[in-house]
Design a protein around this ligand. Structure first.
Ligand code: NAD
Length: 498
């Protein structure tokens, strides 16, 4: 059985821990590898390596750091097939989707290639007599990232791409469910020219996470995962004096106005609801048709599309989505489907009991569809994170606007309409962090920023773009005076630039 090791100070690191996790092949349900879990001491070894590498890395001029990013991007692109296959084999998403996962991460690396420009700082000449003021952004030191299973390529790159480009060194604690790709990325990052210790990967569970939150040398923690844990990370990390951004769960709505291009909207919706087996924080698991006519037309078209959906093995190019990540997650999704039935929603399509020939033990779930879901239902209020689409009816624009606005999560939302004025008003008023207008999965491009509202994110700064640069740097402002010879008297009042 393959053992997946940590990556510390530029080399595989076995660790002293006696605990390990099983890494499954979700297609077959078999255990394909073991991943050793870090002890507090293992985490400390990674932090010490990062701390030792940090001054030299920070002193490396920004264009040289950017050159590492350029080379890393080239190496990852050259190995895209191998990396996507590795990702799929542990996560279960189909290969094309794994390539998309890696590609979205690489776009953050592309942003990081321009870091010298971004780090230029500000300058005011002559802020007072002979006085100039300028500011610089400096790295924090060692930063850490804790990432979820569902984007093992993109989300680590969101974090270490920006953190290291600005001069920090990094300790990544990826999901223990699909830990191989992050290690491969760290190896390639070194091959691209990053010195040993700049990017370290430590596997583990709550022990490793708590060690990150307690370690005095870690100055910033970025987290992406479910909301309860995000809140725990935020409150514990900030109580320990760290800078923390913690992204949580989601329940994104797709609003269909009566004037929408329904055929296109349904195609978009099906991809966004069932793609990656619904295991995306920007999936659209809730659709809100406005008006009874829209609702019945929508239901009919959604049913026709579901009929054509083909879940399959992750390496089957004809499959639209693969198995979910684990048997525990499969059970949880199936339990939610039962709860939906029990609380009175209409289960129009039941994906439970789906079996794929040759992969009978795989973690597959067929597409499920609920109609007449009510906002009071548990299955509406909570995140299911599976291939389950829920139809919630609204009679008016205001009712549709209120649904995502009042939901506990506020990650993403999409509105489908041909009416620019309605879309504009919706975007301005909806209480959600990322909005799509006729765009089903509005994940912002890398040079903008990613972040939800309400229980979808704790902390003040988003991921990547300028928000990411701000998160991983601190500003120093210098006020410099070069007097021309004559002395001035002591001043006992606060200096002003008269
Ligand atoms: P998760 O919260 O179970 O795990 C995330 C990370 O936290 C993992 O590294 C895990 O090892 C660690 N962890 C798990 N239990 C812990 C505990 N008790 N204490 C400390 N650390 C712990 O999330 P997941 O199942 O891997 O990922 C799915 C979730 O992530 C969904 O809720 C999804 O919406 C969310 N997500 C959010 C975003 C976003 O940007 N808002 C993006 C992707 C995924």
């Amino acid at each position: 059985m393959r053992d997946i090791q940590h990556f510390v100070n530029g080399a595989a690191y076995a660790g002293a821990g006696s605990h390990s996790g099983e890494v499954f092949n979700p297609n077959t349900g078999e255990v394909q590898a073991r991943v050793g879990f870090a002890t507090v001491g293992d985490l400390d070894a990674a932090v010490q390596a990062a701390a030792a590498a940090q001054p030299g890395w920070a002193a490396t001029n920004p264009q040289r750091r950017a050159r590492v990013m350029f080379e890393f991007k080239r190496l990852v692109e050259a190995r895209m097939e191998e990396l996507a296959a590795l990702l799929s084999s542990e996560h279960g998403k189909v290969i094309a989707d794994s390539k998309g996962d890696i590609q979205r991460g690489l776009e953050v690396i592309e942003f990081a290639c321009g870091i010298p420009h971004v780090l230029k700082g500000e300058y005011t000449e002559g802020a007072g007599p002979g006085i100039d003021v300028y500011s610089m952004r400096q790295p924090l030191g060692v930063a850490a990232g804790i990432t979820p299973f569902n984007f093992p390529g993109m989300i680590p790159m969101w974090m270490f791409g920006i953190a290291t480009a600005v001069g920090n060194t990094f300790v990544l604690k990826p999901s223990e469910k699909d830990p191989s790709l992050p290690v491969r990325l760290a190896e390639l990052f070194m091959e691209a020219g990053a010195p040993a210790g700049v990017l370290n990967v430590v596997h583990g569970d709550k022990v490793a996470v708590d060690a990150i939150l307690a370690h005095p040398l870690i100055k910033a923690v970025s987290f992406v995962g479910s909301s309860d844990i995000a809140h725990y990370i935020y409150s514990t990390g900030t109580a320990n004096g760290k800078r923390v951004q913690a992204m949580g769960g989601a329940k994104n709505h797709g609003i269909i106005l009566p004037d929408a291009d329904l055929d296109q909207a349904v195609k978009d919706l099906i991809g966004a609801a069932y793609g990656s087996a619904g295991e995306r924080c920007m999936a659209l698991p809730v659709v809100v048709p406005v008006g009874a006519k829209t609702a019945s037309a929508l239901r009919e078209k959604v049913l026709a599309e579901i009929d054509t959906l083909r879940p399959g093995a992750s390496n089957d190019p004809a499959a639209q989505y693969g198995p979910v990540v684990s048997s525990a997650h499969k059970r949880k999704i199936e339990d939610y489907i039962q709860i939906g039935v029990d609380e009175g929603a209409e289960l129009v399509v039941d994906g439970r009991g789906f079996s794929l020939q040759g992969y009978e033990k795989g973690f597959f779930i067929g597409p499920s569809l609920f109609d007449h879901v009510k906002p009071t239902m548990k299955t509406y209020q909570e995140e299911i994170f599976g291939p389950v689409l829920q139809i919630v009816h609204a009679d008016t624009f205001e009712e549709a606007l209120a649904l995502p606005s009042e939901h506990q999560y506020g990650n993403g939302v999409a509105i489908f309409t041909r009416n620019g004025r309605a879309a504009r008003e919706f975007a301005a008023r909806v209480n959600v962090g990322m909005v799509g207008i006729n765009v089903p999965i509005p994940v912002p491009v890398a040079y903008h920023t990613f972040g939800g509202w309400k229980r979808s994110a704790f902390g003040d700064t988003n991921q990547h773009g300028m928000e990411g640069v701000k998160f991983y740097t601190k500003v120093k402002t210098i006020t410099a005076r070069w007097p021309e010879g004559q002395q001035e008297d002591s001043a006992f009042v606060i200096p002003t630039m008269r």
